[in-house]
Design a protein around this ligand. Sequence first.
Ligand SMILES: C[S@@+](CC[C@H](N)C(=O)[O-])C[C@H]1O[C@@H](n2cnc3c(N)ncnc32)[C@H](O)[C@@H]1O
Length: 265
Amino acid sequence: MKYFLAVLKQDENTIRISKELSESLKIPLVDSIHNSKYCLKFKDGLLGIVSEEHKFFSFSYFDPKIERRFRSLSSKDLFVKALGKNKGLCFLDGTFGWGMDATVAHKLGMSVRGFEKNSILFEIIQKNLKMEKFDRKENFYLSHLDTIKDWKCIEAKVQEPFILYLDPMFVESAKSKASLSNKKLEFLKQLFNHQVLENHKSENKNSKPTIDEPMSWEDWVLFGMKVRRSNSYCKRLILKRSAKSRQPVKEMHSYMGKTVEYLVL
Ligand SMILES: C[S@@+](CC[C@H](N)C(=O)[O-])C[C@H]1O[C@@H](n2cnc3c(N)ncnc32)[C@H](O)[C@@H]1O
């Protein structure tokens, strides 16, 4: 797979941002999407990534879909139930992804600290937050970190009561493609796997590249529980998973919906 950064709109601002991105992501800057499996693209003032099927995926804090989800939230909503009476706390999102859940939490009035390990996704979201002139003082921060490996560093920085939110959903549903109804998350899974492959290739030039096994659901549960028990700032742990995963998790309260389940401790 090859990533190219295609500059399709040749205005000065786009070229400047593209050059910056091309350097930070170490991917070549080209002026056509010819031959690239995925390409980064600016559309309507937002940076996004175009899939092989020519679908454009991006992040916007003002995404109408997120806005609709936020507006239709009621006390019966499972996400709201899982948050409980903790909306004054920081929403520490350890698996930020496209930031849909974190954005809803922020719109509900929570401060957000997001962590995402995929560098392409991180860059897209950072750029769009800047381009949308989103005021960072409004407590919406995203860092390019691995929540598990860099936990000690994260923990040292977050000195306020927080909810730890973990949604590694596509990891556990990775084997069953058909069960993934959300195309945006399905695409994220591809991006995640391909980036692991690319990283492996650049780090191990002589060995055969393989895709790392994603961390298992059980390991996410163990990680979350450990943080919940050992960090006095962690007031609640919320784990989101597919409603198809029937394995109960002792000690955790379940809010079960048709497609997703929120486990709370
Ligand atoms: C299912 S998505 C999260 C979707 C997100 N809740 C949303 O609303 O858009 C999972 C994300 O977690 C990220 N991820 C997986 N393991 C991670 C880790 N150890 N640290 C940080 N991010 C991680 C993946 O790159 C992926 O973007």
